[in-house]
Design a protein around this ligand. Structure first.
Ligand code: ZN
Length: 140
């Protein structure tokens, strides 16, 4: 695993698979990999959102914390973004986020999963003229 390499998508040099940043062109390599967004880091202070952002974006943790605090002075954006990220970032690697958990819980509550049978993707506008089922609507 440690010896595995891959091509940097920006400069085509071989870099270690676990690298967060390319050592040749300094491009960030894993910022958009959803598996790298999780909050359970040993150096987390509150909910781990700042650490998760810092790790995923290859920033120092202090920079992310200061950014959240600084954003609190602009219409309370810091706490709002922090809360929003807490909702969508899972706690541990491979876990579902609180948002996904809430959606699954709601779907179970409304009986959506049992009634549609084929999962949420089947409700996409495939046929065109069939109206989408409204969540929470009374059954006909
Ligand atoms: Zn590179």
């Amino acid at each position: 695993m440690d010896n595995a390499t891959r091509k940097c998508p920006y400069c085509a040099e071989d870099v270690p698979s676990a690298a967060v940043r390319c050592r040749y062109c300094r491009s960030r390599l894993t910022a958009l990999d959803p598996a790298d967004w999780y909050r359970d880091h040993p150096d987390r202070r509150l909910a781990g959102v700042a650490v998760a952002v810092a790790r995923a974006l290859a920033l120092p943790v202090g920079v992310a914390r200061v950014a959240f605090i600084a954003l609190a002075f602009f219409h309370l954006l810091g706490p709002i973004i922090y809360g929003a990220l807490w909702v969508v970032i899972p706690f541990a690697r491979g876990e579902v986020s609180p948002f996904e958990r809430a959606v699954g819980w709601l779907r179970t509550l409304l009986g959506q999963g049992a009634r549609q049978g084929e999962g949420p993707r089947s409700a996409r506008s495939g046929s065109g003229d069939a109206p989408r089922p409204v969540p929470g609507a009374p059954e006909a």
